[in-house]
Design a protein around this ligand. Structure first.
Ligand code: HOC
Length: 366
């Protein structure tokens, strides 16, 4: 097997060697001047763990639950799109790796393989489906129904993309894997989308996908058709404002992901760790709160949980593992993060995920 580096910076540097410049830039970069990309990391650095000692950490458990779903650690793999541009096995490799550790895999609407192929690779593993809500509700319903049939256990609707962020690096490179069709598998395989195509003689999959992809009018009423179409919990990904978290509770949403899309959408917006405390204060324990964007290590996960997250999503770390060594690379990244989290908890005097709270960290300024 090919070993992948332990440290995130080394992972990123090694992944860069395996990718064309445009592809690496697409994955690594953030929107605009990348202020939010940097803020996500700075926010983690501004909090420090204040450990307790002599608290018998001979047994430490990472096990937790989200909405009653048991998971071995408070970690999920984020819905990174178009993983086939990183490695030919794409989502098939990362879904198989996540199954091995029972870490839920969140398959993106714009995956390189169909959600059914990913489900097969994930086997008895845990999987959720991420929805970019198309501007055609019948296609949206068809996606989530397919996901339910294929054994996905939750729907995660991304709500922070009424349009693409100002990705200056990609614009300079004149590169977009999406516009090249790298994420069209789920559309091409969809029966409702096929009917829609058939009604337009001469129409091409990619062109029509681009026509229906964005839903700038997305609003709270759009949740009902999805709720009616499937019997699965619905999470919203891309919540940063406490008022939106409160709206989610009012609309019966089952969970939220505090996310700024890895710094790839609204540049200049708040870091997720900075957004978390007010959101937690506002919605308390009324729904599970997940968090992503900038999570790289065990201490990062610990800090997010201490500030009120129930679990985190890992994105770029596993993507770089995939890039370097396919399925084995993703497995190694998961293993390393689990090891790091367990070590962090032991050295902090904490035996279980449920014991992690704000008492274990303190804000510092550099
Ligand atoms: C142009 C839209 O979430 C990203 C991914 C994929 C976005 C879909 C393509 O690049 O942040």
């Amino acid at each position: 097997r090919k070993d992948v580096p332990l440290r995130f910076e080394d992972l990123e540097n090694e992944a860069q060697k395996h990718l064309d410049k445009n592809v690496f830039d697409y994955e690594q970069s953030g929107a605009g001047i990348e202020e939010t990309l940097r803020s996500n990391r700075e926010a983690f650095s501004n909090w420090k763990i204040v450990p307790r000692v002599m608290r018998d950490v001979s047994t430490v458990s990472l096990h937790t639950t989200i909405n009653g779903q048991s998971i071995p650690a408070p970690i999920l793999l984020a819905p990174v799109g178009m993983q086939g541009i990183s490695h030919p096995d794409g989502e098939l490799a990362s879904a198989a790796a996540s199954a091995k550790y029972e870490v839920p895999f969140i398959a993106s609407t714009v995956s390189s393989y169909t959600l059914e192929e990913i489900a097969e690779a994930n086997g008895n593993g845990k999987r959720w489906f991420q929805l970019y809500y198309p501007n055609n509700v019948e296609i949206a319903k068809s996606f989530v129904k397919r996901a339910e049939i294929a054994g996905y256990e939750a729907i995660v609707i991304t709500v922070d993309m009424p349009l693409i962020g100002n990705r200056e690096r990609d614009r300079s490179n004149q590169y977009s894997p999406f516009l090249l069709g790298a994420g069209k598998a789920n559309y091409a395989a969809d029966p409702v989308f096929q009917e829609y195509l058939a009604a337009k003689p001469g129409a091409a999959v990619l062109d029509e996908m681009l026509q229906t992809f964005y839903r700038p009018g997305l609003n709270w009423e759009d949740m009902k058709p999805i709720r009616d179409a499937v019997d699965l919990p619905i999470y919203l990904k891309g919540i940063l404002h406490p008022d939106d978290a409160e709206e989610a509770v009012k609309h019966g949403i089952d969970g939220i992901v505090v996310s700024n899309h890895g710094g790839r959408q609204l540049d200049g917006c708040i870091a997720t760790l900075d957004a978390l405390p007010l959101i937690k204060e506002r919605v308390k324990d009324k729904l599970p709160i997940l968090l992503d964007s900038g999570v790289r290590s065990g201490p990062d996960i610990f800090k997010a949980l201490a500030l009120g997250a129930d679990a985190v999503l890992l994105g770029r770390p596993f993507l770089y593992g995939l890039t370097i060594a396919g399925q084995s690379g993703v497995e190694q990244v998961i293993q390393n993060v689990l090891h790091d989290l367990k070590t962090t908890m032991s050295l902090s005097g904490i035996k279980s995920i449920q014991e992690i709270n704000a008492n274990a960290i303190r804000k510092t300024y550099r």
